[in-house]
Design a protein around this ligand. Structure first.
Ligand SMILES: [Zn+2]
Length: 328
């Protein structure tokens, strides 16, 4: 491997796609963001991604130094052939040979992972997971995703579905999820679920400052619920209380199953602040008063760059597998 090599990270998302050049030590050198929403069809979006990637590669004379491309995708990717198994937020992408199409168009070896796994690898190599061998990254935003590093390796599963914590059934009588199950964690504790709970309860006539914001009930989202809770609104606090309870159960189940030394919380809801983390810790303590197995709960540290740096990490680990054991 040459000293000055770089990789290109591509984080494909339902609303936007970010591309960036990532160094071996996880620095982001150059970045480009494209809207994914409103782009007609997968072929058009792929065309734009290829053209933006080409621009980044040649534009700053990174060309010869880009040794590989890593892609994070919002859905499970088959570990054996990099084919998109499912694409709930990007209709039409099922069955696409993601890596083959990109490497064919750009003539650079390409490796793919679902976005939560990619972000987990990024946090592990360059952020909140550094120095661990058993690390879990949990992202709570519109949905709930999770990436698991166990014994210094990413757990992928047979067909890329490993770490789908968002679809762990918590309440078999709970609301139906898009995945076909009922009462999935993501239906009870994601940002989407928090917003929906608030709208349902407000429509049911419950009193709350959320009803006095001067905006229609259907526009209330998790953001307003967090603000309401901070102002002491009982309805908002009650909704968050319930969501936190479910997340703590999810964390408990992760730690008894995988015995991680650290769990990092990320995503718009997961980064809800120190109090959010403290609350989950407190509940975890109540749920398992005898033993935590020494797990440490922290906030993810790569912030908005987790997706793109994570996609870079996917590529780095493939061209330089030593990196995983080098994590201090
Ligand atoms: Zn589900």
């Amino acid at each position: 491997m040459q000293e000055d090599q770089l990789v290109l990270g591509i984080d494909i998302g339902g609303t936007k796609t970010a591309l960036g050049v990532v160094t071996r030590d996880g620095r982001l050198l150059d970045e480009m963001v494209l809207p994914s929403e409103g782009v007609r069809g997968k072929d058009m979006l792929m065309k734009r991604i290829v053209s933006a990637a080409g621009e980044l590669i040649t534009g700053q004379q990174f060309g010869k130094r880009i040794a590989a491309i890593g892609v994070g995708f919002p859905g499970p990717i088959s570990p054996s052939n990099c084919i998109v198994a499912e694409a709930p937020n990007l209709p039409g992408w099922e069955g696409v040979s993601l890596c083959e199409v990109l490497s064919g168009a750009l003539s650079i070896p390409t490796y793919g992972e679902n976005d939560a796994n990619a972000a987990a690898l990024g946090e592990w190599l360059y952020g909140s997971g550094r120095g661990t061998r058993d690390f879990i990254y949990l992202t709570i935003s519109t949905g709930i995703g999770c990436g698991i590093i166990s014994g210094g390796r990413l757990i992928q599963g047979t067909s890329g579905y490993s770490g789908e914590l968002g679809h762990m059934i918590m309440d078999p009588l709970g609301p139906e999820c898009g995945c076909g199950r009922r009462g999935c964690l993501e239906m009870l504790a994601s940002g989407t679920a928090i917003g929906r709970q608030a709208r349902t309860r407000l429509s049911g006539g419950e009193e709350s400052v959320l009803g006095e914001l001067g905006r229609p009930v259907e526009d209330i989202t998790a953001r307003e619920v967090f603000e309401g809770a901070a102002q002491g609104d009982p309805l908002s606090q009650d909704i968050l209380d319930e969501a936190l309870g479910w997340i703590a159960i999810g964390c408990n189940n992760l730690l008894v199953m995988l015995n991680p030394s650290r769990i990092a919380l990320g995503g718009g809801v997961g980064l809800g602040g120190d109090w959010f983390l403290e609350e989950i810790e407190q509940r975890l303590q109540e749920l398992s008063p005898k033993d935590h197995f020494g797990v440490e709960l922290v906030q993810a540290s790569l912030g908005k760059n987790a997706g793109i740096v994570g996609a870079g990490a996917v590529a780095w680990l493939r061209i330089d597998p030593k990196l995983s054991s080098e994590a201090p």
